[in-house]
Structure formats: structure tokens, C-alpha cells
Design a protein around this ligand. Structure first.
Ligand code: G6P
Length: 614
């Protein structure tokens, strides 16, 4: 949700900033801008509506000199995407430039006070209010920029990651954060600033994660300094991050989403590595071993998550309830955080988040920790805010996910949840040795199973052409595959803009069946499980009402083949892991339909990959 990037050092800043913006475009892409200070101390700001490539076009031939600068790619919150609302925003005098990711909740009150003091505004954003507030404090208190930023932030309610530069000072960026991600990369005689360490990994592996209520003073002539909003020195903890640049590129695929779908056999190898012993099938998660008693004594587990991570959590609920016999609840983080939930000491909250930065999930974690509840994180982004805010956790290790529609993170999350359930269940003695070994062995075989599943891609590409006309879709599944149906529907609506609903197959009779006609395709997940026969009957019911059915079923399933219009065959593995297998063709179906509809698959309209506002 908005990407910010900054540079100060010995190189020309603009190419670094533009490259950084491209890498951060997954966070928002409705407008973009850059501010640079040249050697003479002049501040130049360029910004426009559109994607980073539009900005690149716009700045061609402009005055881009400067070895210090800040840049921004926007996902609109306050004010429509247009040139005026694009960042950087300048203070009224034009002396200070600011970029901002987040929401200033009390911006109206602050704005009114500034208007009374003679300020006028060029944009509808909350961010312009902040830059003018900083300027107002700097002028009235006659203080340096750093002090003005500090005092301004003490008046702000809300979430922010900001970077500020001022005319006449070509050496210093002041950056601060509250609930929005921000990291400073330390190079040799140079500093980088970003919303996401991955975007600057080609320049440095050494990062300092700025914490909430901290201000970083990034000065080309001085070591990095971090202060708290109360003006105390904060500890600087330099962390190493190992990522390869190839993980951030498309690698010959037309879209990141397709690359990420195809990566899944390999990402699951990384996810499982060192956690399941291939010889003994023993499952070990250090986050569980280190807190064994907590897990053994847990009376209840509550998952908190959003979007795809919430769907994965619904599968986690099935896995943990059946394997560990611990009651599980699955909550939307955005609901949980405002519900005054009942939390007890023997509860465990599991926060699931690919980015590790989702504002609602982070707030749910903070709420649970305040209540004294043990919080376990299942995140992808190493060193992310949620990963750091939890008591313990397990990374899914699937590598950076850049396509806005989540794919490999979903299969990684479910894989970690299965390992988590096995590890706890084994300790508790609630899982039989035979089942423990069956599931662990199936997990070890997942990579080759997914290689097999991916062979359906050409067939799905053909099938997808037929369905580009559809305006509505329904996805049906039961048991472990009900959440898979929800996830399949979400994928389709996210990237093709076709309305799609996921439903428990049997529940369809209580409403959605009224929608069935030849115009509305049904994707029915009918792989072998203990409700297979019932799902097969649901398919018949749809058929009898003239519906068109795409069934995902086992190879050689003659029964479903007879009633379905199209079948997508998948290999069958142990029931609890079938969501991982079935989700892959559903990802491909959404992908190809979106491609044939000419949609921007990696950057669908209105969405952002990392939602750092509520
Ligand atoms: C956004 C993304 C989704 C993602 C959700 C939760 O809506 O577009 O793909 O599932 O946020 O994100 P998280 O990073 O917390 O898993």
C-alpha cells in the first residue's frame, strides 16, 4: 500500500529511485513521483498519474541531477489518483518534500488549524497536511527539520512511513514510521530507504528495520542515527538479508503470477526443507519445540488473517482440529481487532500473513499480545513487522511473491499449517503414528505432485478461452476444499474482475442454486473424500438446472465425468493436503481467463499486494 524509496550517497539517485519504485509497484500503482536535490541545493519534484513507467516517460529530459532523493508509488486513500494527489508533496513554501505511506487519521483537524494559519492546499491528501504541519512547526518554533518532524509526528494519529527532504540540504533524509513498513539499507558510503528490503537488495544486504515511533536520520556524512519520538537514542540493530535478485524478476514468464504458480514445486521444497526428516518422516518446527508447553496446554487456537491468508487459515482450522483436537477459531483480523475478543492465557493466536505487514493483522497481533496471549506468526517476508511482533513463528520460505494475487504463499501457508498440526499432534499424542507418517510422507512428495498437477496448464489455457464471456462464477467445495473454493473464487475476481462466489457445495441449495443457468459456470471440486458422493449429487442438481460445470476431480473419475461439461484431472493425495493440489488448477484458471480478457494480471485495478492501511 504505497511504496516509498529513498537514496543518499555517491551515485546519481534517480535511476536507483526509479528501479526501486518498479520493485515496489506491487504496493500500489495509480501515480508516482520523485523529489531530488542537486548539488546546488535545489529541490526538484516530478510526479504524475499512472504507473512508474508513465513517470519514467514524464521525467525524460528533465533536471534529474542529485545524489539524494525520495520517490513514491501510490495506492490512493485520500483523494483520487491524479497528478496533484501524487507524492512527493511539497510544503506551501516549496522548501520541504515528503512521501508518505499510511493514513493520518486526524488530518481534518490538523488541516483546519493550518488553514486558520493561512495555509492553502493543492491536493486532497492527508500527506500534504503533514508536510505543511512540519513546515508550520519549523517556521513558528524556528527549529531544524528533524525537530519539526518529531514534533509534528507527536500530533499525528494514524499510520505512516514517511521520508522528508528539504531544499538547501543535499545530505540528509529524515524518515519515520508508525505501523507502516520501513527499512534502511546500509551501503558503503551510501544509504537506501524502502518500504521493502527486497526492492534494494542489489545494493546491500545490511538492513536496519525502523520500529514504530522511531525517526531515522539518514545523513551522507554521518553514521545512521535513530531516535524515538520522545527524543531518545534508539538501538540500531543491523540485520543481514539473503535474497537473490533473480527472485525479483520474471525469469522469462510473461507475468509474475504465472512464474509464481510454476515455482510452487520448488517453493514447497524450500518450505519443507529441514522440517521433515526424509528418512524418518519426523516433523520438527523450532517455533513449536521452543514453546512446547504452550502448545501442549493450549485450550484454543485463534487464527487471525486477511484475504488469501484467511482462506489458508480455514484449512489450518481443519488440520489442527482433526490432528491436534484443539478447538480452533478463524477470524478476519479486521473484525477481531475491534471486537473486544475474549482472550485467555491458554489461548494461542496464530497470525498468518504473506507480507507480514497487513495493518489489520498486525493490530490483531498487538491486541493479543497486550492481552498476554502467546502469538505465533506464519509469515513469508523475513524480518517483516508481524514476524517481529510475534512471540514465535514459522516462515513459509516461498521467496518474494510479487504478483498481487497470492499463489505460492497460499500453498506455503497450508504446508506450514500441516507441519504445525503434525508437530503439535505428535507431541500431544492426538495423531496415530500411521496417519502422522502418511501425511508427512505426502508432504515430502508434494513438490513432485505439484509438478504433475502443472501439466494440466495447456488444457486449462484452452478451457479458459470458453469462459471469458461469463459475468458470474460459482465455486463449490466441501470439507478441506471449501476454503479452496473460496480461494479459487477470490483469485478469479481479483484478476479477471468476474464476480465469483465460493460456497460449501451442500449449502448451495439454500440460495445460490437460484442463480444457476447456462450463463453461470460452476467450478465444482469433487476429489475423493468422505463427502465425495454428496458433492457428486450436488453436481447433478446443477446439471438438472441447465448449469455448466467445470469439475476438478481425480483421474479416471467416470461418475463426475458423466455429468460435468469439462473436467480438470488432478492426482490424489491424502485428503487433508488436497487443497494444495486443487488450488493450482484454480490459480491457472483465474490466470488464463484474466489473460484472455486482457487484464493486467500482476497489477489488477484497485488492489495492492500489501495492505498497510485499515
Ligand atoms: C491483500 C492482497 C492479498 C492478501 C491479503 C492479505 O489483499 O492483495 O493477496 O491475501 O492482502 O495479505 P497478507 O500479506 O497479510 O497475507
Amino acid at each position: 500500500m504505497c511504496g516509498i524509496v529513498g537514496y543518499v550517497g555517491w551515485r546519481e539517485a534517480s535511476p536507483i529511485l526509479i528501479k526501486g519504485l518498479h520493485r515496489l509497484e506491487y504496493r500500489g500503482y495509480d501515480s508516482a513521483g520523485v523529489a531530488l536535490i542537486n548539488e546546488k541545493g535545489e529541490l526538484n519534484v516530478f510526479k504524475c498519474k499512472g504507473k512508474v513507467s508513465d513517470l519514467e516517460h514524464f521525467i525524460q529530459g528533465k533536471e534529474l541531477a542529485g545524489s539524494i532523493g525520495i520517490a513514491h508509488t501510490r495506492w490512493a486513500t485520500h483523494g483520487e489518483p491524479n497528478d496533484a494527489n501524487a507524492h512527493p508533496h511539497c510544503s506551501e513554501s516549496g522548501e520541504i518534500a515528503l512521501i508518505h505511506n499510511g493514513i493520518i487519521e486526524n488530518y481534518r483537524v490538523l488541516k483546519e488549524a493550518l488553514i486558520e494559519n493561512g495555509y492553502t492546499f493543492r491536493s486532497n491528501t492527508d500527506s500534504e497536511v503533514l508536510v505543511n504541519l512540519i513546515e508550520y512547526i519549523r517556521t513558528t518554533n524556528r527549529c531544524p527539520l528533524l525537530e519539526a518532524v518529531r514534533q509534528a509526528l507527536r500530533q499525528v494519529v494514524g499510520a505512516y512511513a514517511i521520508a522528508v527532504i528539504e531544499r538547501g540540504n543535499p545530505n540528509r533524509i529524515i524518515a519515520a514510521r508508525q505501523s507502516s513498513p520501513m527499512v534502511v539499507g546500509i551501503g558503503d558510503g551510501e544509504y537506501f530507504l524502502s518500504s521493502d528490503a527486497a526492492s534494494i537488495i542489489e545494493y546491500t544486504r545490511d538492513f536496519v528495520y525502523v520500529n514504530d515511533a522511531e525517526i531515522a536520520v539518514i545523513d551522507r556524512n554521518a553514521p545512521l542515527k535513530v531516535l524515538t519520538l520522545d527524543n531518545h537514542d534508539a538501538r540500531i540493530d543491523i540485520r543481514k538479508l539473503e535474497l537473490s535478485i533473480s527472485q525479483l524478476e520474471k525469469g522469462g514468464y510473461p507475468h509474475f503470477m504465472l512464474k509464481e504458480i510454476y515455482e510452487q514445486p520448488r517453493t514447497l521444497v524450500d518450505c519443507i526443507r529441514g522440517r521433515i526428516n526424509p528418512e524418518t518422516c519426523e516433523v520438527k518446527l523450532s517455533g513449536v519445540i521452543d514453546h512446547r508447553d504452550r502448545f501442549l496446554q493450549a485450550r484454543r487456537i485463534i487464527f487471525v488473517a486477511c484475504g488469501t491468508s484467511w482462506h489458508a487459515s480455514l484449512i489450518g482450522e481443519h488440520l489442527i482440529e482433526s490432528i491436534c483436537r484443539i478447538p480452533v477459531e478463524v477470524e478476519y483480523a479486521s473484525e477481531f481487532r475491534y471486537r473486544n475478543p475474549i482472550l485467555r492465557e491458554d489461548d494461542i493466536v496464530i497470525a498468518v500473513s504473506q507480507s507480514g505487514e497487513t495493518a489489520d493483522t498486525l493490530a490483531a497481533v498487538e491486541l493479543a499480545r497486550k492481552a498476554g496471549t502467546f502469538v505465533f506468526g506464519i509469515c513469508n517476508a523475513v524480518g517483516s513487522s508481524i514476524a517481529r511482533a510475534t512471540d514465535s513463528g514459522a516462515y513459509i520460505h516461498v521467496g518474494p511473491e510479487i504478483g498481487v494475487a497470492s499463489t505460492k504463499a497460499f500453498t506455503g501457508q497450508v504446508t506450514v499449517m500441516a507441519m504445525l498440526a503434525l508437530a503439535i499432534g505428535h507431541e500431544k499424542g492426538t495423531v496415530s503414528e500411521a496417519y502422522y507418517h502418511e501425511v508427512a510422507a505426502a508432504l515430502l512428495r508434494l513438490p513432485e505432485t505439484l509438478e504433475e498437477v502443472l501439466k494440466v496448464a495447456p488444457q486449462i489455457a484452452d478451457l479458459s478461452k470458453i469462459f471469458t464471456y461469463a459475468r458470474n462464477f460459482i465455486y463449490l467445495g466441501r470439507g478441506y476444499n471449501y476454503p479452496t473454493a473460496l480461494e479459487g473464487a477470490l483469485k478469479l475476481k481479483e484478476i479477471s474482475y468476474i464476480h465469483a462466489e465460493g460456497y460449501p457445495a451442500a449449502e448451495m441449495k439454500h440460495g445460490p442454486i437460484a442463480l444457476i443457468d447456462a450463463e453461470m459456470p460452476t467450478v465444482a471440486i469433487a476429489t475423493p473424500d468422505h463427502t465425495y458422493e454428496k458433492t457428486a449429487s450436488n453436481i447433478e442438481e446443477i446439471k438438472a438446472r441447465g448449469g455448466r460445470i467445470i469439475a476438478v476431480c481425480a483421474r479416471d473419475d467416470e461418475q463426475v465425468r458423466r455429468s460435468a461439461d469439462y473436467v480438470i484431472e488432478v492426482p490424489v493425495i491424502t485428503e487433508c493436503l488436497m487443497p494444495i493440489v486443487v488450488s493450482v488448477p484454480l490459480q491457472l484458471l483465474a490466470y488464463y481467463i484474466a489473460v484472455y480478457k486482457g487484464r493486467n494480471v500482476d497489477q489488477p485495478r484497485n488492489l495492492a499486494k500489501s495492505v498497510t492501511v485499515e
